[in-house]
Design a protein around this ligand. Structure first.
Ligand code: SF4
Length: 750
């Protein structure tokens, strides 16, 4: 008799869309994955990545136990041996050279993971280093900086109300490939289609005619790296033509006249030669935005990863405010997540001043933002000798060897570390240099709740998924790994009980809530609250507490009773309650951004010497990939090679490139040879490579990824270029020389 099939529901952890999945499990094996038609948010939507969750679990290359470097090779070890090694080698480095000698890098998967979200900070606290790096300064720090300055917290990001808007202006975003980012919604394709079906417009500003642009009402090709200038000219037009109307935000916005003054220097005629969009089109974009019954402006990775990333991110919301679309249905709205967040806690107004650059990096003096340094300076902090030099690195679910700019330099720097400890379940381009690898359980072996992405969800929902499969004997949960690592770093040994760190973490949260007059737990005895949360431990206990303390007063038990999620309704206006600025107003003209406009003004001069014949490189996304994730899944890797250099046929003819031939691409920092794909989707003067590839490095143990290695676009990204207010890497608009190359594709660095 064949074993019975079990149907389980869980949220997909593979991107920000948070789709509900229905899994068929037979005898401990996932036999099928499809969209959960009853999921309150995704209603059955699924993309190709979501169907491969079982394959990720079964991947023979996924590590099932720790690895330790012995005799120069990574070899299997017990958990005890692995933690003992960390305990033996990590604390002495901090003792000898100071706490900043140990750096930490937290990768993007941490925000898709409850343990990463809740216990990453336990590790950071234990390490006590100022050398904290995360994937945020690769591609989203500008939005966090502008949101904190305008609205008071990094997570106060107004999201486009796709389901009710009649006009959507997208910049640097390709949600048909990415499934959306900092705007959580399953089924972007359907939601965008429905805007047009109800008579609305979707306008895409992007240097590349992406899938999203191809299906939009209008595609406006902009020169890479000039979105901020274009947006500023639109702001200029609104003021010049008397189109400013604050709507719901009237009386709650400070600095409108300052913005008007700043925009005077950016008439469309001055901006057009730089951004390659004519003045009439810029004016029309502004007028249509102002005239729409409801509208939302949304910008994402493409505008964050450029020289004026923070200004561009700021101007997106300036346009939302000036056209009366902030905080109204169909406009740009603030979600209200069930487990709370920085803009639901504490007093509804009069928050803390956002301070940037409280300290600076040792070598180049790049500014700290929100406790982190820019990843653009990680390599130099490791390879530049001197006091405070980074000598050990802890990475958690991160692959900076591929994702950091000038990653060739970082790859060499990683090899020079005294100690590299990685929490990861692959031997990838970063972890191949590790001394200790501590693999977390597979996503199916842990509980899931999207603590991060519900902060940006286009509908207020809450959904918890218990583990689908049991952890194998001896495999610690990820929170236990992070706590043991934290305790080892503190000198408590490799065998310290992670429950002690867990208890301290929940006690801290309960104690803080008890002291907060705005919390439902205000004045409560912490022991009494902890007794109510018993017998749960770990992330589920903290989640239960956060839900109870959140704005809907849910409990984890309620979520467990609703395997398809709890729908808390459409977004509702939140002004002024959502604001956490010290003034209690929307600060439309915060000083750091006003100061940075001088740099933007100076960029207009560059339009004159723009046509120097050089090409600029931009990135791109693909539906079957998520950064460097998922490249070891055979089903997703199949088909036409995706890591190609897209070149406009006019440029190809000039340079002598052929479709399917090879091109050598070189920048200040590196060079590589990539296959050529001729397409007029990229404008003349622009070439495009996707990021997250380049898996053919020695020591990488990912068979499928190696067979479809591609080349690493970030060898070409210049770590000298960054967005000044946020320190974010510049990954778009990189000047490159492109020439024909002989057969064979390879990655090298100069
Ligand atoms: S869109 Fe994202 S969340 Fe949905 S199935 Fe695909 S990878 Fe998973």
């Amino acid at each position: 008799m064949s074993p019975p099939a079990r149907t389980v529901f869980r949220t997909c952890p593979l991107c920000e869309a948070t789709c509900g999945l229905e899994l068929t499990v037979v005898d401990g094996q996932v036999r099928g994955v499809r969209g959960d038609r009853d999921d309150v948010f995704s209603r059955g939507f699924i993309c190709p990545k979501g169907t491969t969750l079982g394959q990720l679990h079964d991947d023979p290359d996924r590590l099932r136990g720790p690895l330790l470097r012995r005799g120069g090779e990574l070899r299997p070890a017990t958990w005890e041996e692995a933690f003992a090694e960390v305990a033996r080698r990590l604390p002495p480095i901090a003792e000898r050279h100071g706490r900043d000698a140990v750096a930490v890098y937290l990768g993007n998967p941490n925000v898709h993971n409850l343990s990463g979200m809740l216990y990453g900070r336990v590790l950071l606290k234990a390490l006590g280093t100022r050398n904290v790096f995360t994937a945020s300064t690769v591609d989203q720090r500008p939005k966090e900086v502008s949101s904190a300055l305008l609205f008071g917290t990094t997570v106060s990001v107004p999201v486009p109300d796709l389901d009710r808007t009649s006009h959507l202006l997208l910049l640097g975003a390709n949600p048909l490939a990415s499934n959306g980012s900092l705007a959580t919604a399953p089924d972007w394709p359907g939601r965008l289609r429905r805007i047009r079906r109800r008579g609305g417009a979707v306008v895409v500003v992007d240097p590349n005619r992406t899938r999203t642009a191809a299906q939009a009402s209008e595609h406006v090709p902009v020169r890479p790296g000039t979105d901020a200038q274009l947006l500023m000219a639109m702001v200029h037009t609104l003021f010049a033509e008397g189109l400013v109307e604050l709507g719901a935000a009237a009386g709650l916005v400070a600095g409108v006249e300052v913005v008007e003054g700043l925009a005077r220097d950016f008439p469309p005629e001055a901006v057009a030669p730089l951004c390659g969009v004519d003045a009439a089109t810029i004016r029309r974009l502004a007028r249509e935005l102002a005239a729409a019954p409801s509208a939302a402006v949304y910008g994402r990775t493409g505008i964050c990863t450029q020289e004026f990333g923070t200004l561009a991110s700021w101007l997106v919301d300036v346009l939302n405010v000036l056209t009366g679309n902030l905080d109204r249905p169909g406009g740009a709205m603030f979600p209200k997540p069930a487990a709370g967040g920085a803009n639901t806690a504490g007093a509804p107004r009069y928050g803390r001043q956002t301070l940037l650059g409280r300290w600076r990096s040792r070598v180049r003096g790049l500014p700290e933002t929100f406790g982190e340094l820019p990843v653009a300076c990680l390599a130099e902090e490791i390879d530049t000798p001197g006091e405070g030099q980074v000598r050990a690195l802890v990475t958690v679910a991160g692959n900076p060897a591929l994702s950091a700019p000038n990653s060739g330099r970082l790859q060499r720097a990683l090899a020079s570390l005294e100690l590299l400890v990685c929490v990861d379940f692959y031997v990838n381009e970063t972890t191949r240099a590790a001394d200790v690898i501590l693999p977390p359980p597979s996503p199916l072996e842990r509980g899931h709740y999207d603590l991060a992405f519900y902060l940006f969800a286009l509908r207020n929902v809450a959904n918890y998924s218990p583990p689908v499969l049991p952890r194998p004997p001896g495999q610690p949960d990820e929170w236990q790994i992070l706590c043991r690592l934290a305790m080892a770093a503190q000198g408590l040994g490799g065998d310290a009980d992670p429950a002690l760190a867990d208890d301290a973490a929940i006690r801290f949260l309960v104690g803080r809530a008890a002291a907060d007059p705005h919390s439902p737990f205000a004045g409560r005895d912490p022991d009494e609250v902890l007794a109510e949360l018993a017998p749960r431990t770990g992330p589920e206990r903290i989640l239960d507490f956060l839900l109870r303390a959140g704005p809907y007063r849910l409990t984890l038990d309620t979520l467990l009773e609703h395997p398809h999620g709890v729908d808390l309704g459409p977004l509702r206006p939140r002004l002024p309650e959502v604001l956490r600025t010290p003034s209690g107003m929307v600060e439309l003209a915060p000083e750091p951004l006003v100061a940075d406009v001088a740099r933007l003004r100076a960029s207009l001069e560059r339009a004159r010497d723009r046509d120097d014949g050089r090409l600029v490189l931009i990135g791109r996304r693909h539906l079957r990939s998520n950064n460097s994730w998922m490249h070891n899944i055979g089903t997703l890797a199949r088909g036409k090679g995706r890591c190609t250099l897209q070149v406009n046929p006019a440029d190809a003819a000039r340079i002598g490139l052929e479709d399917g031939g090879a091109a050598r691409v070189a920048s200040r920092t590196g060079a590589l040879v990539a296959p050529v794909e001729l397409t007029d989707a990229v404008a003349p003067g622009v070439v495009s490579l996707p990021h997250g590839w380049g898996h053919d490095l020695p020591g990488v143990a990912m068979a499928v990824a190696k067979a479809h290695a591609g080349v690493n676009a970030n060898l070409l990204a210049d770590d000298d270029r960054y967005d000044e207010p946020s320190g974010n890497a510049v990954l778009n608009g990189i000047p490159v020389q492109v020439t024909a190359a002989g057969p064979g594709f390879s990655q090298t660095d100069t």
